[in-house]
Design a protein around this ligand. Sequence first.
Ligand code: NAD
Ligand code: 44H
Length: 388
Amino acid sequence: MKAVHFGAGNIGRGFIGLLLHQSGYEVAFVDVNDTLVSLLQTKRQYTVKLANEQADTFLVDQVTAIDGKNIALVAETIAEADLVTTAVGVSVLKHIAAAISKGIELRLAGSREPLHFIACENALGGSTTLKHLVYEHLSPETQTLADRLVAFPDAAVDRIVPLQQNEDPLLVTVEPFYEWTIDRSAVLPGHQEIAGVHYVDQLEPYIERKLFTVNTGHCCAAYHGYLKGYTTIQEAMKDPSIVAEVRGALQESGAALIQTYQFDEAAHSQYIEQILERFINPYLVDEIVRIGRSPIRKLSPQDRLVRPASLANQCGITVTHLTNAMAAALHFDYADDPEAVELQETIKKHGIHRTIAEYTGLSGQSPLHARAAEQYQQLGQWVRHGKE
Ligand SMILES: NC(=O)c1ccc[n+]([C@@H]2O[C@H](COP(=O)([O-])OP(=O)(O)OC[C@H]3O[C@@H](n4cnc5c(N)ncnc54)[C@H](O)[C@@H]3O)[C@@H](O)[C@H]2O)c1
Ligand SMILES: O=P(O)(O)OC[C@@H](O)[C@@H](O)[C@H](O)[C@H](O)CO
């Protein structure tokens, strides 16, 4: 079986590529990083190392890579594939949509075999977003045919894969834990289930629980950790005041998730504890600036801070830690992150209230907006007064 995977980065090699390989797929990675592409083409294999005491390793072989700029070759490879996956970043999906649409046109011209596209990004409805972007490039006739033969099941992916600092540029170190959940209701007959994947009839509770626990807690630790001058999440999670913020945020999002999806309270508490353990894995070095990357995306209405805060607010739960994490995110002034730079420029130019309204969608009338703005000022004073 042949799979095409867009994005030969950390999660692409360290999680999706590994699981597809273990399921019997030959994986062709599509990437725009020339070094990665050329190394994968030459070596045809790479190693995944687990961040555990034994440092278990897995060899992923029978792989290759395609230059993402070579649209004709990407399209031809998609036309021949049994499965297509992505892990490029949700904001990059628009850049791969044209090549995917060409692949679908070629495929439909020569085959009636169903084809699945699964976006493995940290976002609600990632594959659905990809579908809309791809359909913009297809004629109405092709869209009608694609409706029958091409599917875009949404998915949730969970495995912490930090930025890599290995001598071997293809080696990727990952945490032992993983969870890949796919919406079975959108899968076409004939799809061969991927080993190790959890197929569910309704994805929403799973993706919201993952994003609003793992990613909410993660970015909460990262933004508060950044303000306190820590470099890694492992350092930040040694600070009791940061752990208290993370726990507080996860209690707020947790209460909202439990009310919305009727999760068992004890099981959800255990889920939170397991995640806090994962954050402090001593065999990983995970940089705060990776976890805090793209603060505009992370402050957007459907993402890990605003959506759980809004859900909690609607459920009548008092929200202070999630708004404090938004406030800390608004202070994330990391100069190498283009979204952080844009955010800081917007605050300077238009002030905090307009910035909050513009990026979070929380209007000036929202109590969450008011609290985040007040906490932003308090954190600013704390930073200016030497963080006493
Ligand atoms: N790293 C994690 O812990 C983790 C876990 C779960 C989900 N995710 C999600 O997976 C996605 C990728 O994250 P990552 O950490 O692997 O990032 P990454 O930067 O390591 O990998 C992204 C890869 O996509 C490639 N890319 C960029 N533009 C492209 C294009 N136009 N065509 C083809 N390839 C392109 C990049 O060159 C890079 O190799 C994100 O959506 C992230 O939220 C990451
Ligand atoms: O990838 P992002 O930028 O959406 O979020 C950063 C991290 O929180 C994220 O990559 C986690 O490590 C991952 O989602 C764990 O499953």
